[in-house]
Design a binder for this molecule. Structure first.
Ligand SMILES: [Zn+2]
Length: 310
C-alpha cells in the first residue's frame, strides 16, 4: 500500500506544481525538519514539481542570523537543493524569500483585507485573552471578540485582528481525506499583527503562499488544525483556488515515543558530528515519519521513489 495516492494528488495540481520548505531560523535543524523535507522534496520530485525555500523569520525576537546560516549549511550537507530561492542565491545576497524582507507585501495584503472590512485594532493583553478559570493545557483559547466594536485607533502596543465569522471550512487533505473545521469556534478573530508590530505566522504564510503561487502545502500533522483558518484567510485575500494541503505524521521513536530536541537525538549538527551520513539521516527521517517501512539509507535523488515516480 503506497503512502499516498500520487495519481489522485497529481490530478488536483498543475503539471509542474510548486511546493515549499519553510523553516524558521529560531534554532538548529533537527530531525523533525528533515522529516518534513523528505516529504516536501520526495513529493515535489515524484510530481515533477519544484521546491521553494522560504525562511520564516517573522518572529524577530527568536530568529538569529547564525541559525539561518547553520540551517542553510545543514540543508546543503543533506543534499537537499531547492529549485527556487536556492542556497547559493542566499549566499550571494540575491534571494528575497525571507519574511523579514517582505513587509511591503504584508502591508499590501493587510490593506486589501482592511478595504473589504472586518479588520480591527486590538489591545488585549495575554491576561485579557486567557479564559476565565485558566487555560487547559494544549487547548486553544478562542479570541473573545472584546475589541471588535471598540473602534480603537492603531498605536504602538496594539495589534491588528481580522473578524472571523461562524462557518465550516471543508478541505480534502491529500493524505488524511476530507476534513471539516470551524475557525470561529477554534480560534476566533485572527491576529494578523501582534502588539510588538510583528506579522503573525498565520497571516504571513497565507500571504506568502498566495504571492509565491504555492500549489501544494506539505507539513506536519501538528499544524492540521490551522488549515481551515488559512483557507478562509486565503479566500479573503482573493485567492481563487486554494493550495492542496498534505499533513504527514510527526516523527516518533520506533517505540512510539516522541523525539525531543533536549535529549540530543534529533539535532543534525550532532548527527553530523557523529559521522552519520546524509543518506542515513534522510532514511531515518523517512522511516520515523512513515514515508518508508525501514530506516534504510536514502540518497536525496531517491526521495521520489517513496511516493512513486510520478
Ligand atoms: Zn482585543
Amino acid at each position: 500500500m503506497p503512502v499516498i495516492d500520487l495519481a489522485t494528488l497529481a490530478a488536483r495540481l498543475p503539471a509542474r506544481p510548486l511546493t515549499r520548505f519553510a523553516p524558521s531560523p529560531t534554532g538548529y535543524l533537527h530531525l523533525g525538519h528533515v522529516a518534513n523535507a523528505v516529504w516536501v522534496w520526495g513529493l515535489a520530485r515524484a510530481l515533477g514539481g519544484q521546491v521553494l525555500l522560504r525562511l520564516e523569520d517573522h518572529d524577530r525576537g527568536r530568529c538569529r542570523p547564525d541559525y539561518e546560516s547553520a540551517l542553510l549549511e545543514d540543508l546543503e550537507w543533506l543534499g537537499l537543493v531547492p529549485d527556487v530561492g536556492a542556497v547559493a542565491e542566499f549566499r550571494s545576497g540575491r534571494s528575497p524569500y525571507r519574511q523579514s524582507d517582505s513587509s511591503e507585501s504584508y502591508e499590501a495584503s493587510l490593506a486589501r483585507l482592511t478595504s473589504r472590512g472586518g479588520v480591527f485594532v486590538c489591545d488585549c493583553s495575554r491576561k485579557d485573552l486567557s479564559r476565565a478559570g485558566g487555560d487547559i493545557l494544549n487547548e486553544e483559547t478562542p479570541y473573545t471578540g472584546r475589541c471588535r466594536s471598540r473602534g480603537l485607533a492603531p498605536a504602538p502596543g496594539r495589534g491588528v485582528r481580522l473578524r472571523v465569522d461562524p462557518g465550516v471550512e471543508r478541505f480534502d487533505d491529500a493524505r488524511l481525506g476530507p476534513r471539516e473545521q470551524m475557525p470561529a469556534a477554534q480560534c476566533g478573530d485572527l491576529l494578523l499583527r501582534d502588539r510588538l508590530g510583528q506579522w503573525t505566522y498565520q497571516f504571513a504564510v497565507v500571504a506568502d503562499d498566495l504571492r509565491h503561487g504555492v500549489d501544494l502545502v506539505v507539513r506536519g500533522e501538528d499544524l492540521l488544525e490551522s488549515t481551515g483558518r488559512q483557507l478562509q484567510l486565503a479566500r479573503l485575500l482573493g485567492r481563487a483556488a486554494p493550495p492542496v494541503f498534505l499533513h504527514h505524521p510527526l516523527i516518533r521513536k520506533p517505540g512510539g515515543e516522541k523525539l525531543s530536541k533536549s535529549s540530543g537525538d534529533t539535532g543534525i549538527r550532532e548527527l553530523r558530528a557523529a559521522d552519520i551520513t546524509p543518506a542515513a539521516v534522510l532514511g531515518r527521517a523517512a522511516f520515523l515519519s512513515g514515508a518508508q517501512g525501514s530506516d534504510a539509507p536514502l540518497a536525496p535523488g531517491e526521495l521520489a521513489k517513496l511516493f512513486g515516480t510520478g
